[in-house]
Design a protein around this ligand. Structure first.
Ligand code: RTP
Ligand code: MG
Length: 180
């Protein structure tokens, strides 16, 4: 009797966890297919940190489905950061992001939007823990070396803005070694 009860409880737990996994991820049928827009900013490019940032996402197990060096126009950057247009730092932010090429990417995988933000650290590097990208490689908020989408909806909008449909669909050979 006790054993039956325990097995019912554990099945309920498994189902609840599965639902949470799905809710945390994109609305896509495959939760492992969530995507985020990550961009090494001009200071990150100039400081030779593209490889380091790519390496961290690769080694975590995420899949790069788009990647390109771009020198974004101010108009493009104003669109990208439109929700910050009323902020006093907005013009400076656009100048900074337009000061050189960026390395723009799309990464795919389970919970990659939320995990990408955790890997980046806080907006202000002063508050970013060592071990995060910003916590390891930068100091000032206006030179925080890397962008990451802050939600699934904004990620999808940013991917459409920067890459349109120019995103590669493929299966990474390591998939069964990364996901159970
Ligand atoms: P991002 O979009 O670049 O990934 O950065 P975030 O989400 O962590 O922060 P967000 O609020 O979106 O701000 C965008 C970028 O604006 C600059 N910033 N400067 N001077 C300031 O107080 C200030 N606050 C934000 C940073 O470069 C930040 O990453
Ligand atoms: Mg942001």
């Amino acid at each position: 009797m006790v054993a039956t009860l325990l097995s019912v409880l554990s099945a309920f737990n498994r189902n609840t966890n599965n639902r949470e996994d799905m809710a945390d991820s994109s609305s896509s049928a495959d939760p492992k297919a969530e995507r985020t827009f990550i961009a090494v900013k001009p200071d990150g490019v100039q400081r030779g940190l593209v490889g380091e940032i790519v390496k961290r996402f690769e080694q975590r197990g995420y899949k790069m489905v788009a990647g390109r060096m771009m020198w974004a126009s101010k108009e493009m950057l104003q669109k990208h950061y439109a929700d910050l247009s009323s902020k006093p730092f907005f013009n400076g932010l656009v100048e900074y992001m337009n000061s050189g090429p960026i390395f723009a990417m799309v990464w795919e995988g389970k919970n990659v939007v939320k995990m990408g933000r955790m890997m980046l650290g806080e907006t202000n590097p002063t508050n970013s823990l060592p071990g995060t990208i910003r916590g390891d490689y930068c100091i000032d908020v206006g030179r925080n070396i890397c962008h990451g989408s802050d939600a699934v909806d904004s990620a999808n909008a940013e991917i459409a803005l920067w890459f349109g449909s120019d995103v590669q669909e493929y299966t990474l050979a390591s998939k069964p070694w990364v996901y159970e």
